[in-house]
Design a protein around this ligand. Structure first.
Ligand SMILES: Nc1ncnc2c1ncn2[C@@H]1O[C@H](COP(=O)(O)OP(=O)(O)OP(=O)(O)O)[C@@H](O)[C@H]1O
Ligand SMILES: Nc1nc2c(c(=O)[nH]1)N=C(CO)CN2
Length: 175
């Protein structure tokens, strides 16, 4: 599968870990998407709309034969299957799936912007992304990811919650 993508996952309603793991399973079951690696799971203070429960956040690395737009539609289907309703902007959700990076492409369409336009200001995205790839370059940014993370105010709000065991990427997905 020829395209290299990073996807951010977040949940702050119901069984948060179950939603994240079910989402990864469903992503990997798609015939045109293959999950390559997953980060640890982090518990994070809510950003934006702050009067809501803590989030669990993580990032996955995948390969796909889908275009970025097809990938967005597939991820939205999975959000729907996992109880996602669109209500309050930046409010509570069972599952949020965002495309962070699609190869090194810059995409600016009405329904899809890649790199994700708010990723560079979100420690809950950059810290798990850095865990997966310390040398990753973000097309719209001229600084190394480590420098951007160092400068973020909200990084204390991101705490490791379940460390990835490092051996088997899919061990977390077995139950
Ligand atoms: N890179 C991207 N990944 C996912 N959705 C995107 C992206 N760029 C634009 N969108 C659009 O954003 C719309 C709103 O998404 P959503 O409701 O998940 O926003 P949000 O999660 O509340 O906010 P945020 O985008 O700040 O995380 C989607 O319908 C989608 O068309
Ligand atoms: N900590 C945290 N805060 C958020 C998150 C999220 O995933 N984690 N998602 C939001 C809407 O996309 C708004 N605020």
């Amino acid at each position: 599968m020829k395209n290299d993508v990073y996807i951010a996952l977040g949940s702050n309603m119901g069984n948060r870990e179950r939603y994240l793991l079910d989402a990864i399973k469903k992503i990997n079951q798609h015939p045109s998407i293959s999950v390559v690696n997953i980060s640890s799971i982090y518990e994070t203070d809510p950003i934006g709309f702050t009067d809501q429960e803590q989030f669990l956040n993580m990032v996955i690395h995948a390969n796909t034969d889908l275009t970025a737009f097809q990938l967005l539609l597939s991820l939205q289907e999975i959000e729907k299957l996992l109880d996602r309703k669109r209500e309050v902007k930046w409010g509570p959700r069972t599952l949020d799936l965002d495309i962070l990076l699609y190869n090194h492409e810059n995409i600016e369409a009405e329904q899809l912007i890649v790199p994700h336009p708010r990723m560079h200001e979100r420690a809950f995205v950059l810290i798990p992304l850095y865990e997966l790839n310390k040398d990753i370059s973000i097309p719209t940014l001229d600084k190394p990811i480590s420098t951007i993370i160092d400068q973020l105010q909200d990084k204390e709000g991101v705490r490791i919650w379940k460390q990835k065991n490092g051996v088997d990427v899919f061990a977390l997905l077995e139950n």
